[in-house]
Write a protein that binds this ligand. Structure first.
Ligand code: ADP
Length: 333
């Protein structure tokens, strides 16, 4: 699946790695967040201490992992990478925390999916650079305090709302990443094309930037498909090549992919425009409700195809227009 970060192949991951900006100045867009991070890092350098813990929130593919790497790189510290799903017991976290070198940056992706017991251990670690380790079992069990090296935690989440308050409160700074606008995406694409040595027309870049769901990861993936198409069929990366390649991969004029369209299909044709509850939507398209809420919905809301109401998701008049449908129709064109 072209748009699904979870299903990314090894080759796609290597490709992403090659295109990752290495410094804040190379990082396109998110001007506010960049300024905030810069200040935080500089202040820490002046005071010769580890930077505050940082929470990065926003949909997949907007640059959270990239920013974590940049934080480590710009502050000249080593980086350890882990993820919520990999931390299923407090012991998993204890092993990581106790092996950090002084000043290390610890990145935990999908931090909202970490085990509850680990979460509680993390509170103390973030606040006092200390954990309590349970030794022994039953009546003889005792807790042994263990001092940790000072570290900076960079947490990433697609759902800041899912984090318990005590965890959220322990981050010195929370950055909410926004979808990128077309001009920023054009910059991301131009940069990637240069790195790939791909000679691409300006109007071809503009076309891709309008069809990548406001997301740099998708922009780069689409660029790769365009490069393939040029290589195999047309011999050049022009507008016609972009249109042909994106049609082949089912990316429509607004950048909606298969899952976006499946969701719109349910709301528009099965529920007459809504309201439809999140769980009903998720079950109908066979996806987890978290994916719908964190990945699909923010984009559909952003481009004005649906609104959220207390009773559920409702299609806007723009949605009916985009699909050329009216009430009573039973399928998307
Ligand atoms: P996330 O961790 O939020 O899912 P990543 O940091 O892995 O997203 O970014 C995905 C890809 O998109 C990276 O390979 C990177 O090349 C590209 N990317 C993300 N943000 C930017 C940006 N601001 N400027 C340039 N490229 C970016």
């Amino acid at each position: 699946d072209l748009t699904d970060p979870v299903l990314a192949s090894e080759a796609e991951l290597a490709f992403e790695g090659a295109l990752r900006p290495r410094s804040l100045s190379e990082f396109v867009g998110q001007t506010r967040v960049r300024g905030q991070l810069q200040l935080l890092l500089t202040a820490a350098t002046i005071q010769q201490r580890t930077p505050d813990h940082i929470l990065l929130a926003g949909p997949p593919g907007l640059g959270k992992t990239t920013l974590a790497m940049i934080v480590a790189h710009e502050s000249g510290r080593p980086l350890r990478m882990s993820s919520g799903p990999a931390i299923q017991h407090a012991g998993d976290l204890a092993a990581i925390l106790s092996s950090l070198v002084p000043g290390e940056v610890l990145f935990i992706d999908e931090i909202h999916r970490m085990a509850r017991s680990a979460e509680e251990m993390l509170y103390l670690a973030m606040e006092d650079f200390r954990i309590d380790i349970m030794v022994g079992k039953g009546a003889g069990a005792t807790s042994v305090p263990l001092d940790l090296s000072p570290f900076t935690l960079v947490g990433a989440t697609t759902r800041a709302g899912l984090l318990p308050n005590p965890l959220r409160d322990r981050f010195g700074f929370t950055a909410h990443l926004e979808f990128y606008d077309d001009a920023e995406l054009a910059q991301v694409l131009a940069r990637a094309a240069t790195l790939l040595g791909l000679d691409i027309d300006r109007d071809a870049i503009v076309e891709i930037s309008g069809r990548c769901r406001g997301t740099p990861r998708i922009a780069n993936r689409l660029l790769r498909r365009v490069r393939d198409y040029a290589l195999v069929h047309t011999g050049r990366a022009d507008l016609a090549t972009v249109n042909a390649a994106l049609d082949l991969y089912d990316v429509d004029a607004l950048g909606l992919d298969r899952l976006d369209r499946a969701v719109m299909q349910i709301i528009l044709t099965r529920f007459g425009g809504g309201p439809v509850g999140l769980n009903t939507l998720a079950v109908s398209v066979g996806e987890e409700s978290e994916t719908i809420e964190a990945v699909v919905e923010p984009f559909l809301v952003r481009i004005g195809l649906i609104t959220r109401t207390p009773r559920g998701r409702v299609a806007t008049s723009a949605a009916w227009r985009h699909f050329g449908l009216s009430h009573g129709d039973t399928a998307l064109p």
